[in-house]
Design a protein around this ligand. Structure first.
Ligand SMILES: Nc1ncnc2c1ncn2[C@@H]1O[C@H](COP(=O)(O)OC(=O)CCCC[C@@H]2CCSS2)[C@@H](O)[C@H]1O
Length: 373
């Protein structure tokens, strides 16, 4: 049992209610603690959206506790090509998600806890929430040296980040969410958050890298379940008359009507990559062909994730101006993504049957293009 000292329940949905906001009404308390049974980042982000859009947060505060399988979560206004190693993530099957709140990029896995504090906008108070987390940690290890910074990070021993914060403020409601590193994969974390792509010119929000540490390194008792339990207890103590955590299934449409649609949107390419603020790519590379080195320089503008303009400078004795233009034109309007580029170039090759030499050259340029995506 995950929450041994306090009760954990599965929420039973009252059948005879047609307003979604009333579904949680039977749990009549000032505050509610929900824990996700899913480790799917898109499902959990969809729960956040659902609570934000449908629950009456003027009447009831909500704390949502969740963990994800390995994933990188970027802020609403960030550029994933600048923030992470997409090649490595594809290779390792690590998901990429864009959240609705601002701020920087973080790594999640099952050793990282996420806490979302929902309130009315009036009651929104990030420092109060972080102090609650600190009290919870100290209830487990009184000697722990943790403090909150002005940018709402939690630092261990004055220098190691264990928690990052972001927030979304609606018209009347708000949420503050934060991570807590308990036992995340600390060797993978810096590798996936290091972009190998250079030549990206962008005004997107940059992340603020820090030294990070897991709580379990400070003390072996600080496991994710002990920490989650302690946070839930502290929250109950402050806002509820009785302890209790409700385990919810984010794919349960009877509990969260319309949630599948929210998840679907969060999974789309147009949300994850397409919401990247407009950016340019300026890149020079060298191609070694038949013992000669060919210099290629590339300039592209990417809008909503799609190639809006593309110009390539290639020596005309190597690739004719016409063949260069044809390649550029084929790329226009394409998503800035490897699979689509490969598909378009393959289609282009078919328009030039029996031109092995041109095929080789286009393929070599294509390979370079894919390496920057
Ligand atoms: N999981 C986790 N926790 C704490 N710090 C992290 C984590 N992963 C990476 N980092 C470090 O923070 C910086 C980025 O810091 P930066 O301050 O730029 O961004 C944040 O902190 C955003 C926090 C978002 C929290 C949300 C809550 C639920 S969904 S995600 C990164 O470069 C690493 O050095």
């Amino acid at each position: 049992m995950l929450f041994s000292p306090i009760s954990v329940k599965r929420i039973c949905v009252p059948v005879l209610c047609h307003r979604t906001t009333l579904r949680f009404g039977s749990l009549a308390r000032e505050a509610l603690i929900l824990q996700s049974s899913s480790s799917n980042v898109y499902e959990n982000l969809a729960v956040e959206d659902w609570i934000h859009d449908h629950m009456d947060l003027e009447q009831k505060k909500v704390l949502f506790l969740w963990r994800n399988s390995p994933a990188v979560v970027i802020g609403r206004h960030q550029n994933p090509w600048k923030e992470c190693n997409l090649h490595l993530m594809r290779e390792k099957g690590i998901g990429l998600a864009r959240r609705r709140s601002g701020g920087g990029t973080v790594f999640h896995d099952l050793g990282n806890i996420n806490l979302t504090f929902f309130t009315s906008k009036r009651k929104y108070d990030r420092m109060e929430n972080l102090q609650l987390v600190i009290r919870a940690l100290k209830s487990l290890q009184p000697s722990l040296d943790v403090h909150a910074t002005k940018r709402y990070d939690l630092l261990l021993d004055g220098k190691y980040k264990i928690s990052g914060t972001a927030a979304k403020l609606g018209r009347t409601v708000a949420y503050h969410h934060c991570t807590l590193l308990c036992s995340a994969d600390s060797s993978l974390l810096p590798l996936v958050l290091q972009s190998p792509y250079d030549g990206i010119l962008s005004n997107a929000t940059p992340s603020v890298p820090s030294l990070v540490k897991n709580l379990c390194q400070a003390h072996s008792s600080l496991t994710w379940d002990a920490v989650m339990d302690a946070v839930a207890k502290e929250y109950s103590f402050l806002y509820r008359d009785k302890p209790g955590v409700h385990v919810v299934d984010p794919s349960d449409e009877t509990l969260f009507p319309g949630i599948a649609k929210k998840k679907k949107e969060l999974c789309t390419w147009d949300w994850i990559y397409g919401k990247t603020p407009k950016f340019d790519v300026q890149k020079s590379f060298q191609i070694l062909h038949k013992d000669i080195v060919v210099d290629v320089s590339l300039t592209m503008s990417i809008k909503n994730g799609y190639i809006e303009s593309c110009s390539m400078a290639v020596p005309s004795h190597w690739l004719s101006e016409r063949q260069c233009r044809e390649l550029q034109d084929a790329l226009l309007g394409s998503r800035f993504c490897p699979s689509e580029i490969v598909f378009l170039v393959t289609t282009l090759l078919r328009t030039y049957p029996d031109h092995d030499e041109v095929h080789t050259k286009w393929n070599m340029i294509c390979e370079k293009l894919v390496s920057i995506m």
